[in-house]
Design a protein. Structure first.
Length: 258
């Protein structure tokens, strides 16, 4: 029986089914976490490459970067995933080849969210005060060296709250990888739903995804506190453990920037 009444009537047997299937569910959690982590790393690499390219001096580099960002932001993640899974193998040799389901999920998530993250990187670099660019010239640093030694460390602290939100979105977007035969958490939840009903399975799914997202928030807040401390805009991580459990980018209770 499904619905509210069925949920409470079958709560005991459903918990037993959950415990019986816990090894498979943990395997699904591992696949989801692995897909999310690798997708986030690929997205971060793409974000820095194309985010910095959008502020490059050469117009051709900026145009190529802009085309890439707009294409992958403007097309559906589902279409990108299916294209890699079902269209790519049908392309003529040597362009067509079959990818592993995990690689398909990671590449699709990395390309899609990397395009969004590239805009975060571009905007954060643009938010660094112009005086910092003048300091690069005064120190006689090359543009590339000045970018990574002076500008990017300051932009990194600015972009982390937005990246934190994007990585949570990436986690939630990873739920569609089961459509390319990747047995992730959502796939295991669907198998659980067949045996327990909609209410129990999807309440469990909400809690499971929330816990993973909460871990992402804590990790990203730690990176934000550390990045701000390194540029002299906040306390050390060892002095501000409470900041790890707040919303990304929010201020402490006193209003002082972390």
């Amino acid at each position: 029986m499904d619905g509210v009444i069925g949920f409470f009537q079958d709560l005991g047997p459903n918990f037993q089914l959950l415990l019986d299937r816990m090894p498979l569910i943990l395997d699904g959690v591992f696949v989801t976490v692995l897909t999310t982590a690798l997708g986030a790393l690929l997205a971060l690499l793409i974000a820095f490459v194309f985010g910095i390219a959008q502020v490059a001096k050469f117009a051709a580099v900026r145009i190529i970067a802009r085309i890439f960002v707009e294409f992958f932001r403007g097309t559906s993640l589902v279409v990108q995933l299916f294209w890699l899974a079902f269209v790519l193998p049908q392309l003529p040799y040597p362009f067509g080849f079959q990818l592993d389901p995990l690689a398909i999920g990671v590449i699709a998530l990395g390309l899609n969210y990397g395009a969004y993250a590239a805009e975060v990187v571009r905007g954060s670099i643009g938010s660094v005060p112009t005086g910092q660019y003048e300091a690069v010239s005064a120190l006689s640093l090359s543009p590339m060296r000045g970018m990574f030694r002076v500008v990017v460390p300051q932009a990194w602290a600015l972009m982390l709250p937005s990246l934190s939100n994007l990585w949570i979105q990436l986690l939630k977007g990873s739920a569609i990888v089961y459509t390319v035969t990747l047995y992730d958490l959502f796939f295991q939840v669907e198998q659980l739903r067949i045996r327990t009903g909609t209410w129990f399975a999807y309440i469990f799914a909400l809690l499971a995804y929330f816990l993973i997202a909460w871990v992402i928030v804590v990790v990203m807040n730690a990176l934000e506190v550390r990045a701000k401390h390194k540029i002299g805009r906040g306390p050390a991580l060892s002095q501000s453990w409470g900041m790890l459990f707040r919303a990304p980018g929010s201020k402490p209770a006193g209003g002082e920037l972390a």
